[in-house]
Design a binder for this molecule. Structure first.
Ligand SMILES: CC(C)(COP(=O)(O)OP(=O)(O)OC[C@H]1O[C@@H](n2cnc3c(N)ncnc32)[C@H](O)[C@@H]1OP(=O)(O)O)[C@@H](O)C(=O)NCCC(=O)NCCS
Length: 176
């Protein structure tokens, strides 16, 4: 499956992407996304194989994001924890360091929400965000998510526990 607009293409990761991923993971990515650290090419290959299997089984819809002009990978985004019974799922995203704050997260987010609500006909999409992660909260709000709740001591990092916010969006409130 592919999602695209004029500027970006979201496609399934392929093994040939593996060398590019570790080079683009920075301290912010390691802080807020559960990734093996340090992240080797082997870790990326394992992640790609896992994603392709989960996508094939329709348990997830996970993509890498490609800049159409430069043909470079610029990040990843997708849907996971799909619940057919409850008609909902969770979303995750990562834009590579040098390409942040250029609107790519927003554009990719719109494409992924269109998949969730129009094609998959889900009712609700949620995001779990570390309370310290201002960038992710800003992107979620811009995409139309609202802050639904707070999970206490959800993450353990450098000897401390951190709370997480749950951000959600319903199909009825989604503005395309
Ligand atoms: C969160 C993340 C995906 C945002 O992607 P992005 O491409 O930079 O986002 P956009 O450029 O589309 O910005 C969307 C909005 O968020 C705001 N924003 C982005 N980074 C911000 C920051 N560091 N602080 C405050 N606001 C920020 C933008 O200003 C924009 O709002 P505006 O148009 O009203 O000004 C990116 O910062 C990232 O990959 N972070 C590391 C991984 C991560 O935290 N993933 C999420 C885990 S829950």
């Amino acid at each position: 499956m592919k999602l695209e607009n004029e500027h970006i293409l979201l496609r399934e990761p392929v093994i040939a992407d593996a060398p590019f991923i570790p080079k683009n993971l920075d301290t912010v990515a390691f802080r807020f996304v559960p990734l093996p650290q340090p992240h080797s090419k082997k870790d990326s290959i394992e992640w790609i194989q896992k994603v392709r299997k989960e996508n094939r089984n329709k348990r997830t819809y996970q993509f890498v994001i490609v800049d159409k002009k430069t043909k470079q990978l610029v990040g990843g985004m997708g849907l996971h924890h799909m619940s057919k019974i409850n008609n909902k799922c969770e979303m995750g995203y990562l834009i590579y360091n040098k390409l942040r704050k250029k609107g790519i997260g927003f554009q990719a987010g719109q494409l992924v929400l269109e998949l969730a609500f129009r094609k998959l006909k889900l009712n609700k999409v949620s995001l779990q965000i570390d309370i310290k992660n201002k960038a992710s909260q800003a992107l979620a709000r811009k995409l139309g998510f609202f802050r639904e709740g707070r999970l206490k001591q959800e993450y353990f990092r450098n000897g401390k526990y951190y709370d997480a916010f749950i951000y959600s969006i319903f199909k009825r409130d989604w503005k395309q």
